[in-house]
Design a binder for this molecule. Sequence first.
Ligand code: COA
Length: 177
Amino acid sequence: VSDLLIEPMRLGDLDEVLAIERVSFTNPWSRQAFVYELRENRVARLWVARAPSGPVAGEPGSIVGYLCLWLIADEVHVTNFAVRPEERHRGIGRRLLVTLLELYRQDGATRAGLEVRVGNQPALRLYEDLGFRRVGLRKGYYFDTGEDALLMEVSLGAAAPWAGPVRSGNPERAPGV
Ligand SMILES: CC(C)(COP(=O)(O)OP(=O)(O)OC[C@H]1O[C@@H](n2cnc3c(N)ncnc32)[C@H](O)[C@@H]1OP(=O)(O)O)[C@@H](O)C(=O)NCCC(=O)NCCS
């Protein structure tokens, strides 16, 4: 995944993003939810990871994952995060998270948080590997299944956990930011 492009999400990306969203979650965000975040929500930052080029030279590659977050004062809160099922276990999720947490860390964010279903092992392992700690439990948070949510947080100080050697290499600054 060394040649992945991480770019701001645009309205034109939504068909591809929604295709991933619908196969990734039992309670997916609607198109309107993404449009609201993109157009109206002033604290929302939405990013896509894209293969570097499509089948036709010069055309953009397909979207392989995305990460949505809110930036409120000096806190990052991850609101949505998924990788296309066929592209999982290749380090794309890790690259998205590390690249964006590092970007906002450099811009002054001091903390990142998220909620995750207690049974979502792939996501939990990734977050814990990146230094997120379990800081709370929200009972019955997911109304579709009644599952509990774990609240996780990581400090984004000078010694962010991924600042040392990480398996997928050093974080890069996202292009165009
Ligand atoms: C959570 C999610 C985004 C992770 O994306 P991903 O691209 O598969 O993540 P990564 O590839 O970086 O890491 C996942 C695993 O692949 C492994 N991996 C990474 N690079 C690898 C490589 N080159 N070869 C083999 N395995 C690799 C990682 O070690 C990790 O293993 P682990 O689960 O045993 O710890 C993805 O599983 C997903 O979309 N899930 C559904 C939606 C979801 O649950 N989102 C999170 C909501 S809180």
